[in-house]
Design a protein around this ligand. Structure first.
Ligand SMILES: Nc1nc2c(c(=O)[nH]1)N[C@H]1C(S)=C(S)[C@@H](COP(=O)(O)OP(=O)(O)OC[C@H]3O[C@@H](n4cnc5c(=O)[nH]c(N)nc54)[C@H](O)[C@@H]3O)O[C@H]1N2
Ligand SMILES: Nc1nc2c(c(=O)[nH]1)N[C@H]1C(S)=C(S)[C@@H](COP(=O)(O)OP(=O)(O)OC[C@H]3O[C@@H](n4cnc5c(=O)[nH]c(N)nc54)[C@H](O)[C@@H]3O)O[C@H]1N2
Ligand SMILES: [Mo]
Length: 826
């Protein structure tokens, strides 16, 4: 088995326990939860509460990677143990102790020397390689507040970009981004963002096509899929990896769904340039299109369905609009090109007969198409999901048990049946002041910083970039998330002031002016839901260790600023951490009570070191997405202008965009294997999400060493491509194009199709010479290679999942990887 492939499923609970069993019960916890007689009494009275708990060894908390008990000794976190009813514990939780005690924690408030001495806007070209000066918390708060006051007064709220996109940590109170926005809303407003990096293209196009973002909707419930689906298509979808982590604490139920498919022997086909872990897990048939050619492939399938009369004309007539226009395009009536399977095969590299067979198999079986999101993080990324819906509509199984499409089976356990109880609502960002600036599309940030006054198109509207003078990031890693890092470095020099709250010295922190040390979630108390779609659990997140070094909770950082800016009462509402949590719990408890689920009072819940698991109504285990629409399209219309599925969108057609037309279509992307750039850069990049990280999070833990090759991010190369370049497994490789160059370690494997290479997103940016944009990244940050344009005028999503590049065996001097080092003087 290749080194690349982790075995997410072989992780035994026992492995967590070894190491833990050696430890005596942590003294810190003595007396924290009810003595057994009381616990038993409660569990009998309130079965949702205590019935499921194991013998408690540690302090219950949670993370994006799962709920767990932290084992704490002498004030240090030393181990973890997953909660008892996690069906697929994620080994990433074992990294929690390393998160807390990481060597590259930001220890004190720090200010960039030139900024401190010369004031806002000083030597912004030195960001990333200036000296750092330690200041007191008091001084740091004063500096930031002075800047907020100055800019609000002189330039207005549009000069402060506080969108702060990012995955932060779980927790409904200590939500860094929301807290930042809460402060900004109270002090005059700020420039925010629209959309996200995950589904930028799909969420906009789906709103036009099916009347909701779709990507974040509950899916047909897993038990229904397992019972009824005869064929499952994983289209650019790798759930066994991407289900490891969730936005809330994961319930990991999705993996049980795939395990059930495997056990039943349901046929699965995976369509991906990479033979991914999920395909292997369910023994899927692997079809490997050339990267970024899925649009053509889907058209070849649609053409086959139409010409072989395998399409469901009744369904199309009743439930969709505009199929006639699409059929004309398929047949080539308007452009003279019939989108036959042969035409598609020539583009996508999958044989025409395989495409025809795929169309027949889909039509001949109850078929569920599970679409991932990598395929829409591409130029013209809107088309892929539009075409997936169109093909599903042609099959006519939308709204039937086990049929249709689902765009969230790979994310946060979509399809995990929804429970009945209460929901913890988090702290809110409050109301934006009147005349707040129009948000910019999130992935246009570098363009905005560099080009104030420029107007772009966005979903039928004009958006004009304001002049941004200050960027505030709390809970995101811009230097990881954004495309074309070297372009970002230049754009990043425009604002006067950049403030970053961070637990670690990420590249974003290194490129800031003021860095404020934030706690990790294990250093504070919080609450979080478990299961984004199932809403199955409420987890307490108990503080495990005291704040490290001089780190402070984001809440306390912003509360101190609120005090300085005269809005403390409005910010804190006069409540401390415990009072906030009690309020949130009580609201949730009232909802649960209305749903006839009894819960203990907050104090008892909190003291017990226990979590809530809500009951799942039987009916929800058989819930089918779009069943109500299918049942009665007049009574339950979709939220589109026609109320139906829009294969033709008049609203989009009227925008007159060249790069997104009124029907889904094939448009060659900005860069691909047939573009002019391919002569110099013949390889196509795939930047999937990392198996053993959450983006850049956890790159600074020992788990990295398991995946790193030659101490760098791995690049997966097909043996043919490696051989042609004299590259052997384990070699240091330079991957490059006109935008940048990175050092990566060669993983030679048949798991990637020839012509494509895989470098996961999330390796921390580590330029060999930070004073030179374009200098080689020594750790393998893939966004040095990607390009920074919008998916189209419609959605302006990011194109992070594509770029042409070349690779060569690295012959230069050995460069030390310093991605996780603390900058000198800090
Ligand atoms: N090329 C390419 N690029 C991509 C993608 C891709 O597929 N390809 N994927 C994109 C996608 S889908 C996404 S969602 C983005 C993700 O991009 P990000 O969300 O920026 O990625 P994270 O690594 O999760 O960054 C979160 C940061 O928040 C910090 N943090 C954690 N907890 C706290 C806290 O309590 N307080 C504070 N102040 N900070 C905290 C972490 O240390 C970390 O630095 O990346 C995007 N970029
Ligand atoms: N372990 C882990 N889990 C995560 C995350 C993480 O960082 N790590 N991030 C979370 C977040 S924020 C998000 S948005 C989701 C992301 O979920 P996705 O966007 O679905 O995940 P990706 O890994 O980007 O892409 C999924 C698959 O698409 C394939 N693919 C890429 N390009 C093409 C193409 O041109 N054609 C075809 N057919 N397939 C292609 C990739 O090879 C990959 O196997 O995952 C979430 N879960
Ligand atoms: Mo994402």
């Amino acid at each position: 088995m290749s080194k690349y492939l982790q075995q997410p499923l072989t992780l035994s609970r026992r492995r967590f326990l070894t190491g833990v069993t050696a430890l005596a019960a942590a003294p810190l916890l003595a007396g924290l939860w009810p003595k057994s007689a009381l616990a038993q009494a409660i569990s009998q009275a309130l079965p949702q509460f205590t019935a499921l708990r194991q013998a408690q060894k540690g302090i219950l908390t949670g993370a994006h990677w799962g709920a767990f008990e932290a084992i704490v000794q002498d004030g240090k976190m030393v181990g973890v143990q997953p909660v008892k009813d996690d069906p697929y514990p994620n080994e990433l939780i074992a990294m929690a102790p390393y998160q807390v005690h990481a060597e590259n924690r930001v220890k004190y408030p720090m200010v960039r020397k030139s900024w401190l001495e010369g004031g806002p806007g000083s030597r912004t070209d030195l960001r990333g390689h200036d000296q750092w000066v330690r200041v007191s918390w008091e001084k740091a708060i004063e500096l930031v507040c002075g800047e907020i006051t100055r800019l609000q007064k002189e330039h207005g709220p549009q000069s402060i970009y506080a969108g702060s996109y990012g995955w932060k940590s779980v927790g409904m109170l200590h939500n860094s981004r929301t807290l930042l926005q809460r402060l900004m809303n109270l002090t005059g407003g700020f420039l925010g963002y629209a959309g996200d990096y995950s589904t930028g293209a799909a969420q906009v196009i789906m709103s036009h096509v099916v009347g909701s973002m779709e990507v974040y909707e509950q899916q047909t419930a897993w038990p229904n899929v397992v019972e009824h689906s005869q064929l499952v298509i994983l289209w650019g979808c790798n759930p066994m990896v991407t289900l490891k982590n969730s936005w809330n604490v994961p319930d990991h139920y999705g993996q049980t769904g795939f395990a059930a498919l495997k056990k039943k022997g349901t046929r699965v086909i995976s369509i991906d340039p990479v033979h991914n872990d999920s395909a292997k897990f369910v023994n899927a048939q692997w079809l490997a299109p050339r990267p970024y050619t899925d649009g053509a492939m889907l058209l070849g399938i649609a053409h086959t369905l139409l010409t072989e009369k395998l399409h469901n004309a009744d369904f199309l007539h009743t439930y969709t609009v505009g199929f006639d226009k699409f059929a004309a395009y398929l047949l080539g009536d308007d452009d003279g090109v019939a989108k036959t399977a042969d035409w598609a095969a020539d583009i996508c590299g999958v044989e025409a007969e395989a495409l025809r067979q795929l169309a027949r198999d889909m039509a001949g079986n109850r078929t569920m198409i599970m679409g991932g999101w990598g395929i829409q993080r591409q130029h013209h990324g809107e088309q892929q999901h539009w075409l997936l819906v169109t093909v599903a509509a042609m099959l006519g199984q939308i709204g039937l048990p086990g049929g249709g499409f689902g765009f969230s089976y790979h994310y946060s356990s979509g399809g995990s049946p929804t429970a009945k109880g209460g929901i913890v609502a988090g702290i809110s960002a409050g109301n934006a002041p009147r005349n707040s600036p129009t948000p910019i599309p999130v992935a246009r940030i570098a363009d905005c910083l560099a080009n104030p006054g420029k107007t772009i198109q966005f979903n039928g509207a004009d958006v004009t970039y304001p002049e941004v003078k200050m960027v505030y990031v709390a809970g995101g890693n811009t230097f990881h998330q954004h495309q074309d890092t070297n372009n970002l470095i230049k754009a990043w020099q425009h604002p006067d002031t950049i403030v970053v709250n961070e637990p670690y010295w990420t590249a974003t922190a290194k490129y800031a002016d003021i860095v404020l040390p934030a706690t990790t979630s294990y250093e504070r108390n919080d609450l979080e839901m478990g299961g984004d779609y199932s809403q199955l659990y409420v987890f307490p997140m108990h503080q495990c260790v005291p704040p490290q070094h001089e780190a402070r909770n984001d809440f306390d950082i912003f509360a101190a600023m609120a005090a300085k800016l005269g809005v403390q009462d409005a910010f804190t509402e006069g409540k401390d951490e415990t009072q906030w949590l009690k309020g949130m719990y009580d609201d949730m408890k009232q909802q649960a009570r209305n749903a006839r689920v009894a819960l203990p009072p907050f104090d008892m819940f909190w003291q017990s070191n226990n979590y809530v698991r809500f009951p799942v109504p039987e009916a929800n285990t058989q819930w089918v997405r779009f069943a109500d629409y299918r049942e009665n399209p007049l009574l339950n219309p979709l939220g589109t202008p026609s109320g139906k599925i829009e294969i033709y969108s008049d609203a989009i057609a009227k925008m007159h965009y060249q790069d997104c037309r009124g029907i889904p279509s094939w448009m060659p992307p900005h860069e691909w294997y047939r573009g002019p750039e391919a002569e110099k850069y013949p390889l196509s990049l795939n930047t999937a999400h990392p198996a053993n990280r959450l983006h850049s999070q956890l790159d600074n833990t020992p788990l990295r060493l398991k995946l790193a090759v030659a101490d760098r991010e791995a690049i997966m190369i097909n043996p043919q491509d490696a051989k042609a370049r004299g590259i052997s497994p384990g070699d240091l490789v330079r991957a490059f194009n006109d935008r940048g160059q990175i050092l990566v370690g060669a993983l030679v494997s048949e798991d990637v199709r020839p012509g494509a290479v895989r470098i996961s997103e999330g390796a921390w940016f580590d330029p060999a010479d930070p004073s030179q944009p374009g200098s080689i990244c020594k750790n393998g940050n893939v966004n040095c290679l990607t390009f920074d344009i919008g998916t189209s005028s419609l959605a302006q999503g990011n194109c992070g999942q594509m770029a042409q590049l070349e690779i060569e065996k690295y012959q230069g001097e050995a460069l030390q990887n310093t991605a996780h080092a603390v900058p000198a003087g800090a």
